[in-house]
Structure formats: C-alpha cells, structure tokens
Write a protein that binds this ligand. Structure first.
Ligand code: SAM
Length: 260
C-alpha cells in the first residue's frame, strides 16, 4: 500500500524488524504490560509490541493511515487505535483506555517531543517508564549531567522525577523517508512524583533565563537580594554559581527555601 508521508506530522517510519524488536526489548514489555504508543504510523512498532504486550493503545493523528494500519494489524486483537491529536485528549480519556498501570513506547513525532515528555512527567498520567525515540541532541540533553553544555531545563525537568539513559543510537538511514538528523532511544524510568512539579520547572526556567549569567542575576528578576543571600547561605551555594552547576535536588531545595 502506498503511503503519502506527511512532513508536518513528523512521519519518518521504521521498517527494520531487528531494530523494532530491540526497541521492544529495551522497553521491557511483557505479557502483563499495557503499552501506550504515540504515533502508530504504518503500525510497524505497534505490531512488534502487540506480539508481546497484553494491550497496546496507539494514538495516530493522520486518519489517512487507517487502511494501511488495518491491513498491518489485522491479526492483532489486543490493539486499540485511536485517531486524533494525542495532546488534545484529557488525562481521564487516556487513562480510561490504558488504565493507571502502563508504559510508553514510541518513535515520537519530533515536533512535539518536549510537550509530550512534560505531559507524562507532570500530570496525572504517570507511566512507569518511557522508551522513546528522540533526536540524538535531545536525548543528550535529557540525560546530561550538571556542568556540561547539554545540561539545562529539559535535563532537570526529567531528572527531577526520573532516571534517564540513552540505550540505543539509531542512524537516520533506518527511517523512511530519511530525516536529516540522527536519533537515540532514551529510556526514562519514573521514580517519584513531586508536589509543585510545574512550579519547580518554571523556577528552573527562571534560573536558566540567561545561561551565561550567575544564578543570583537570574533570580533577582523575581526575588530580593536579601532573600537570595539568605537562601544561598543556608544551602551553602556560592554567589558566583551558575544554574548549570546545580543538580536537580539542589533546585528543589532552593525553590523550597525561596517560597517560604
Ligand atoms: N510508529 C511509527 C514508526 O515507528 O514507524 C511512526 C513514527 S513517526 C516518527 C510519528 C507518527 O506520529 C506519525 O505517524 C505521525 O502521523 C504521528 N503523529 C504526529 N503528531 C501526532 C499527534 N499530535 N498525535 C498523535 N500522533 C501524531
């Protein structure tokens, strides 16, 4: 069946069965797992996941893919396809389909990588893990350590509540059509929820407002000199520190101190 690939939806499909099987293995899917996939595409990853999982719920924005998906998934009775923009569904609508206990496995549409990750880490949706294909540079940012050039808001947004590591590099040649970037599979294991997650992420954004400036400088947009001095003294942070030098827990400590 011929596919009219749509760039605006980030349609770069996978076909290599070995790679698809490896991604499923990376996710640790098993017969008791419910998988949520964002972007079924032609159903290649969906099919491999469905062969192992208890259930796969797969969202796809492009209704024109229905014929090819029906054909490719015709033998599977544990796949629920949902057509529409994933980001427009409410948490309740999604949880009704997946139940509370699920994992995310997806070759993500890259234009919505950040909103998707933030949705999974901030709200009521709380997957046990996310095994996701993202642009290589984004993977490096997600997993970066403090004091490196890749460390920033995205790294902290993830590492505040999860452990993240790059588990696989994927060349651009593995996709059809071939994109002009390489990719990585990142495994994000959620480990906790924190109160005020969104407020803390906004606070981290303030800390990184001007990356080259000191934390004191960025924080002074919102806090008084006295508040900042007190917090830095109490938490043993030097006044010349830049945001990229703090680890995720230090951002939480600083936030907690400053809002008191
Ligand atoms: N899973 C398939 C594969 O690995 O070959 C396709 C992956 S492709 C990178 C991303 C898919 O996400 C496309 O099929 C695209 O149409 C779909 N998509 C893009 N934006 C979406 C959205 N907001 N909600 C649901 N699906 C979306």
């Amino acid at each position: 069946m011929e596919i009219n690939f749509k760039k605006k939806f980030g349609q770069n499909f996978l076909t290599d069965t070995n790679l698809l099987i490896s991604i499923a293995k990376d996710s640790l899917v098993n017969k008791d797992t419910t998988v949520l996939e964002i972007g079924a595409g032609a159903g290649a990853l969906t099919l491999v996941l469905a062969k192992t999982a208890k259930k796969v719920v797969s969202f796809e924005i492009d209704k024109e893919l229905l014929p090819v998906l029906s054909q490719n998934l015709k033998d599977m009775d544990n796949v629920e396809l949902v057509f529409g923009d994933f980001l427009k569904f409410t948490d309740e609508q999604i949880l009704k389909k997946t139940g509370a206990d699920f994992i995310v496995v997806a070759n993500l549409p890259y234009y919505i990588t950040s909103p998707l990750i933030s949705r999974f880490l901030s709200g009521k949706l709380h997957p046990k893990s996310l095994t996701i294909m993202v642009q290589k540079e984004v993977a490096d940012r997600i997993c970066a350590s403090p004091k490196t050039k890749d460390y920033g808001v995205l790294s902290i947004m993830v590492q505040l509540v999860a452990d993240a590591k790059v588990v696989r590099q994927v060349s651009r040649k593995m996709f059809t059509p071939q994109p002009n970037v390489d990719s990585s599979i990142v495994k994000i294991d959620t480990k906790k929820t924190i109160q005020n997650y969104e407020q803390i992420v906004n606070f981290v954004k303030l800390c990184f407002l001007a990356r080259r400036k000191t934390l004191v400088n960025n924080l002074s947009k919102q806090y008084t000199k006295q508040q900042i001095n007190q917090a830095f003294t109490a938490l043993n942070i030097s006044l010349s520190t830049r945001a990229e030098e703090l680890n995720p827990q230090q951002f939480i400590n600083l936030y907690d101190f400053l809002i008191k």
